[in-house]
Design a protein around this ligand. Structure first.
Ligand code: ARG
Ligand code: ZN
Length: 466
């Protein structure tokens, strides 16, 4: 076959394989195994198509160049992954953009796109347990996603650059990957932008250089496993500041021109982080800081790993405390599925209540009573947001925090602290489910807490006021 018809035939085969039409029917040139395509989704209860089966990513190497004037992004992703089955083909999640080419272990791979699924069909099958390297080059003007709740996520243009975030699914607008929180990986990200602009991301900045053409390249290293929804990029005229927290953790903050006044609060990052360490145990990452961006682009603050991002108008102490608490609850201990989102938001909200007790003399019981009285908090049980639209609704945050307050009341302050710290330690850098939490709390307290969970975590209606 000619090169052209051959790659078309391969693309067709990949498409059919993705549809399951050729599953099991492909011959193996090597050792007699018969690979099948990896699943095109991980059957998340709220986002069934998110993520992909058949492999486990260990590392993303991302090389991105961005031109704010045109909005064009040129990217290459190099994914190092291990096959969890014999694979004839596998998927990545990608929304928009144009793919220029793909390889697996250095050899050109056929690819096909359907919706947000990019299917790669390697030249040779990948055997279960084997590590492989896949690269995809791509280009285009990324478009953000509009979530079921109407908010925007993904790659968003700003006045002088862009910000990129990804909770729950927006990272697929700026790089192909396994975009489900259950597949965490290390990252290295290289960003090239026009002279005069800063380009920030997660982790530690390991290099900064000026290219021959005058553009500036920065390199960011995230060693600890990161769910792709926590990856971030901010490009623009940021003023940066550096420091140290917790004795040895580098602090890097960045503020957009409108956020000049954020310097005072940015300076409190080490102190606030130290307080959280006392409460929740060792800080799980090797870098910290904050990115304070312009208002009107990103509609909410987000706990992007190591370096949370805030619209200038939301950069206040309670929100900083909330996003810092997520570093333990969400970023290090990551929900196994999006249905377990209260493990993030209920805990980060409760961290705000604990902060209020310590710093503002507002007992958590007062916050509990206020939350109890609000009808919006009773729309559904925190352990079961009914649809993707409800992911960030009040019951997840406020009623999630109420669950923890009830737990604290039942087991007492000392055991409650032990549960929070032990939970963060036991599932450090891993994933966990709601069942993992209830089982853990029962094992630490030595109590059967079934009734507490039934009423506060799973109960449909509002119980009598305790
Ligand atoms: N996780 C963020 C927080 O710290 C909120 C994200 C909201 N996202 C959205 N699509 N509505 O609370
Ligand atoms: Zn939150």
């Amino acid at each position: 076959m000619s090169q052209r018809s051959r790659s078309r035939a391969l693309a067709l085969a990949a498409a059919l394989t993705a549809l399951g039409l050729l599953a099991g029917g492909c011959s193996d040139v090597g050792g007699g195994v018969r690979g099948t395509p990896g699943a095109s989704g991980l059957r998340d209860p709220l986002f069934p198509k998110l993520g992909n089966g058949g492999y486990d990513v260990g590392h993303y190497g991302l090389t991105l160049a961005y031109d704010p004037a045109s909005g064009r992004l040129d990217g290459t992703v190099e994914i190092t992954a291990r096959a969890t089955q014999d694979l004839s083909a596998f998927n990545l999640d990608l929304a928009g953009l144009t793919v220029g080419g793909a390889t697996v272990d250095g050899a050109p791979a056929a690819y096909n796109r359907a919706g947000n699924e990019l299917t790669l069909r390697p030249h040779e099958e990948i055997h279960e347990g084997r590590e492989f390297r896949a690269t995809v080059t791509y280009t285009g003007v990324p478009e953000p996603l509009t979530d079921a709740d109407g908010s925007k996520e993904g790659w968003m243009r700003t006045a002088d650059g862009a910000v990129a975030v990804g909770e729950p699914a927006g990272s697929m607008t700026w790089f192909p990957g396994n975009h489900h929180p259950s597949d965490k990986a290390a990252y290295d990200l290289t960003l090239t932008v026009p002279a005069g602009l800063e380009a920030l991301s997660n982790g530690v900045r390991t290099a900064r250089r000026t290219e021959a053409d005058g553009r500036v390249t920065t390199v960011w290293h995230t060693a600890e496993p990161m769910a792709s929804y926590l990856a971030t990029v901010a490009i623009g005229r940021y003023a940066t500041g550096t420091g140290t927290a917790l004795g040895s953790v580098p602090v890097l903050t960045a503020a957009a021109p409108v956020a000049k006044a954020s310097a005072a609060l940015r300076a409190q990052i080490p102190e606030l982080l130290a307080r959280q360490v006392k409460r929740f145990g060792p800080y799980p990452f090797s870098a910290t800081g904050a990115i304070v961006t312009e208002d009107g682009t990103l509609g909410y603050a987000l706990e992007t790993q190591g370096r949370p991002i805030f619209p200038a108008g939301s950069f206040d102490r309670p929100t900083l405390v909330h996003e810092q608490a997520h570093q333990w609850f969400g970023d290090s201990v990551t929900p196994a599925s999006w249905r377990d989102i209260w493990l993030n938001e209920g805990f980060a909200t409760y961290a705000e209540w604990l902060y209020g007790e310590e710093y503002e003399h507002v007992p958590a019981s007062t916050r509990f009573a206020e939350a109890f009285d609000q009808d919006a908090n009773w729309a559904f049980p925190p352990a079961a947001p009914p649809t993707a639209e409800n992911l960030f609704d009040p019951p997840v945050y406020q009623r999630g925090a109420m669950v923890l307050h009830q737990l604290r009341g039942a087991v007492g302050d000392r055991v409650f602290d032990e549960i929070l710290r032990g939970w963060a330690a036991k599932y450090r850098h891993a994933n966990a489910t709601t069942d993992d939490f209830t089982a853990y709390a029962e094992s630490v307290s030595g109590r059967d807490l079934g009734t507490l969970w039934d009423v506060w975590l799973y109960g449909e209606g509002k119980p009598p006021k305790p």
